[in-house]
Design a protein around this ligand. Sequence first.
Ligand SMILES: CC(C)(COP(=O)(O)OP(=O)(O)OC[C@H]1O[C@@H](n2cnc3c(N)ncnc32)[C@H](O)[C@@H]1OP(=O)(O)O)[C@@H](O)C(=O)NCCC(=O)NCCS
Length: 226
Amino acid sequence: MRVQGSDAAACHKARKKELTKQSYKKTANTWQSLVGGAMVSAGATMNNFQLIRPNVQYLEEIRDYREESLRDVSSKEDFIYGSAGLHNFENPACWIEHCKLLEKSETLPDNTFVESDAYLFVQGKRILGMINCRRRLDNYFSTIGGHIGFSVRPSERGKGYGSKMLAMALYRYRELGFDKVLVTCVSENIASRKIIIANGGVFESTLLDKSDGSIMERYWINVNVE
Ligand SMILES: CC(C)(COP(=O)(O)OP(=O)(O)OC[C@H]1O[C@@H](n2cnc3c(N)ncnc32)[C@H](O)[C@@H]1OP(=O)(O)O)[C@@H](O)C(=O)NCCC(=O)NCCS
């Protein structure tokens, strides 16, 4: 959506007021309640759902997830959100290697990348979603991109998996010692906004993404809570 000139300013102001109200109303329903209040440590499961690192045991499932996501007719983009660039890799083994390179600053491919942890959100062998957790924000990620990107495979959407997956990722940030994380969404992405708010996202601001004219909503989630 393109919003220009004074329309953009008025739209941002009204949206900010509405969202600030919504976010504070929702803080009681945070990510802890989504995971049943139990600490979910690395590798632990939550009702058979797991966040795991991409690995060769999931080669075929990764290929399948990529194909289904790229076939998605409701998406206008040949891009898979929160997948650490899986759309760029026909060979899942190469993508797994790429994810490993993103874990350490010494092995980042170039300075458009920041250190990040890619996870598969799985139930048994089936990949339901993917989530990418950045450990650092550069100029782009501190404004538009935020810490976290995620997607749920098209055939599994609308079942609450997006909210669960984000809740589990927030525990990972807590384990890493973070106090809060920035999560952003395009203003038209109702499902993404609901997921962020359900996980305790507190609206901060909107920003115009000059690269495509879209309005980005920015939320902070406190992960350092008892
Ligand atoms: C956004 C996305 C991750 C949502 O995942 P999901 O598992 O379908 O979401 P959930 O089932 O947890 O639904 C969360 C809420 O959004 C609502 N919702 C889901 N899809 C919706 C849609 N298309 N339109 C409006 N609301 C929707 C659900 O009803 C639910 O609302 P509730 O909390 O009031 O019950 C998924 O649609 C997706 O992968 N989209 C493409 C990638 C993307 O946009 N990623 C986010 C970018 S940061």
